[in-house]
Design a protein around this ligand. Structure first.
Ligand SMILES: Cc1cc2nc3c(=O)[nH]c(=O)nc-3n(C[C@H](O)[C@H](O)[C@H](O)COP(=O)(O)O)c2cc1C
Length: 217
């Protein structure tokens, strides 16, 4: 067989390079589309769940647009950006819905929404996304069990601070059979969000233009 010439080798190398570039570009494109789809799907879920926590007839502002982003490591660890959606009726505070993560789940972060009434009562908690094990940790989803409804109407003092834990740890919230880590993470994170609310109520309800300076990007 003839030895390939220098030009032929260069042509083959160029073709291979081209294939690699096209492949990488296609993969990057697919990645972008997938990320966009996930973001759009998450937005749909959030809108639907915001409505479950605070029904639209209770406020007259654009809830999903009247929001600020904040960070506070003491209450929301791992440098997470928290979103606060503010519900108002004729400019008066009705409730705030915080989107944040419980960071001590069995399989990483559990994205939560917690609605807190202006008086500090929990309007409701919902799980936006998680990677907990099906059949074990996923009972935190409202579609799978009523467990998450156990937060409805709770406050920082109901139960008393020691009660803000799963029963296994001496608290008032049920764990699941064979799965304590997931509910423990959610209870701790929701309690922390209530503590944040108590300390930052003014900031949370401040008008968008005022709060922007205090909020993280
Ligand atoms: C494959 C596998 C998946 C698990 N997934 C979860 C989970 O999603 N959530 C959880 O709390 N525990 C999960 N566990 C159990 C935890 O390791 C741990 O044993 C449990 O949370 C402790 O609760 P218990 O004291 O009631 O057993 C899983 C265990 C295994 C082996």
């Amino acid at each position: 067989m003839d030895k390939p010439g220098k030009h032929q080798i260069l042509r083959s190398a160029a073709s291979l390079g081209l294939v690699a570039i096209i492949g990488t570009t296609l993969l990057t494109g697919v990645d972008h589309i997938t990320a966009d789809r996930i973001a759009a799907q998450e937005r749909r879920v959030i809108l639907e769940q915001l409505g479950q926590i605070i029904p639209p007839q209770r406020y007259d502002n654009e809830l999903q647009d009247d929001r600020i982003s904040l960070r506070d490591e003491r209450y929301f660890p791992n440098g997470q950006a928290v979103t606060a959606y503010r519900a108002r009726q004729q400019g008066q505070p009705v409730a705030v819905i915080l989107k944040f993560a419980a960071v001590n789940g069995y399989n990483g972060n559990i994205q939560l929404l917690a609605g807190i009434e202006a008086d500090g009562r929990l309007a409701g908690v919902r799980v936006v996304s998680h990677k907990e094990t099906p059949g074990l940790g996923d009972a935190i989803e409202s579609e799978k069990s009523d467990w998450v409804l156990g937060f409805d109407g709770r406050t920082l003092n109901d139960p008393a601070p020691t009660g803000w834990a799963v029963r296994r740890d001496g608290g008032e919230f049920d764990q699941f059979t064979g799965a304590t880590i997931t509910p423990r993470a959610v209870v701790e994170a929701v309690h922390s969000a209530l503590e944040y609310y108590e300390q930052n109520r003014e900031l949370l309800f401040s008008p968008a233009e005022e709060s922007a300076g205090n909020a993280a990007p």
